[in-house]
Design a protein around this ligand. Structure first.
Ligand code: SF4
Length: 381
């Protein structure tokens, strides 16, 4: 059914004005109560669903999971092992906001079993951090990174955002260079998307002249590709770069359609049953907590995928990865060849220079990565 576990922590010290994730500002009491609810939900889930084998990854995402007390994280990791089994080599990631962690807490997270840190740096430029409403400065982000190293983390990822208001190409180059100077194992590079319903959507409407135009956004994507690959990072997914052997196992599982159980408010689950079943927990914290308090798993009915749905997912998730998708993997999953299924679309996208063949695999070109949504639309049922 699943080999991975995702836990959503929907709390932040302060809500960033660009953020559309399920998260809200919190108190210590909220966090305590929530950690308890998560453990209860985990017990309910263990009765309903079985892991295929000891879990290969656990991911605390948010929100700001680093607001949790390290003892709470320790209890959740321990209970995960008790209920589902945890592979000895399991990757256990914690997303951390640099404004919430010092050496002591980081060392305690490490002792609690966390072995990979994903640090939400976003920018090394203080005015941009301020515009993003982040609670930390660039210096604090650097300090958090160094403290994580001192605390024993040997696998650290940094998140950066480009196409920010007022950001120029030289500024973006400097962001990348400052990230490289820290020597992280993993760098994620996201373009800013102005999400509906956020304060940023009011501030920067469609085609706002204060945001980099499309050409500049493309140049920033290409600059990241050039600079980071020249520094030895593999551009292994549209937005992700890693040193050899340091790809995110958990996120790679999403793109390969591994099964995962999602616990917590707003978390999503994908179970390997038939062609796959997807369902999600309510994004409303009270609705989530009330259901669990009454002894129910809080998710709705969910969607049982058809063969066509699963084939489309195989394509648009698999193609996110630079390795692309393999003819043999597709045939093994669906008993039919890629060409017989998507031959027309593949030929058209290849002719447009958006896809390319590599042995028996098909992958996005760099231009295809930039226009990935247009590529993926060709595979939808
Ligand atoms: S810290 Fe992250 S999850 Fe929290 S509000 Fe900011 S962007 Fe959203």
């Amino acid at each position: 059914m699943f080999t991975r576990l995702y836990l959503h922590i929907p709390f932040c010290r302060r809500k960033c004005p660009y953020c559309a994730f399920v998260s809200q500002e919190s108190t210590a009491a909220d966090l305590d109560g929530y950690a308890h609810t998560l453990l209860v939900e985990m017990g309910l889930a263990a009765h309903a669903f079985r892991a295929e084998r000891p879990l290969e990854s656990v991911y605390f995402g948010g929100g700001t999971p680093s607001l949790l007390d390290p003892r709470q994280i320790g209890r959740i990791v321990e209970r995960t092992g008790d209920l589902f089994g945890l592979d000895r080599e399991a990757e256990i990631t914690l997303e951390a906001n640099p404004g919430t962690v010092g050496l002591e807490r980081l060392a305690a997270f490490r002792s609690a079993g966390v072995n990979r840190l994903s640090l939400g740096v976003q920018s090394f430029h203080d005015p941009l951090l301020k515009a993003l409403g982040r609670i930390h400065s660039a210096a604090e982000a650097r300090e958090a990174f160094q403290a994580a190293r001192t605390a024993g983390f040997t696998n650290i990822g940094i998140d950066l955002i480009h196409a920010l208001p007022g950001q120029t190409l030289p500024m973006w180059r400097s962001e990348l260079e400052q990230a490289l100077a820290l020597g992280p194992e993993h760098i994620s590079v996201y373009g800013l998307t102005v999400e509906e319903g956020t304060p940023f959507a009011l501030r920067y409407g469609a085609d706002s002249p204060r945001l980099p135009d499309e050409d500049l956004a493309v140049a920033m994507f290409e600059e990241a590709d050039d600079i980071l690959t020249a520094a030895g990072y593999e551009h292994y997914e549209i937005a992700n770069y890693a040193l050899p052997g340091r790809r995110s196992a958990h996120n790679s599982g999403y793109w390969r359609r591994d099964g995962y159980l999602g616990l917590g408010c707003g978390a999503h689950t994908f179970l390997r049953q038939g062609y796959g079943v997807r369902f999600g927990n309510p994004a409303d914290l009270d609705a989530y907590a009330d259901a669990v308090a009454q002894g129910h798993l809080p998710h709705g009915e969910g969607q049982r995928l058809t063969r066509q749905d699963a084939m489309a997912e195989f394509m648009f998730l698999g193609l996110r990865m630079a390795d692309g998708i393999g003819e043999s993997g597709f045939r093994q999953a669906f008993g039919i060849g890629l060409d017989e299924t998507f031959g027309v679309a593949l030929a058209k996208l290849t002719a447009l220079g958006l896809l390319e063949a590599a042995g028996d695999r098909v992958r996005l070109t760099r231009r295809g990565m930039l226009l990935s949504n247009q590529v993926f639309a060709h595979f939808l049922p």
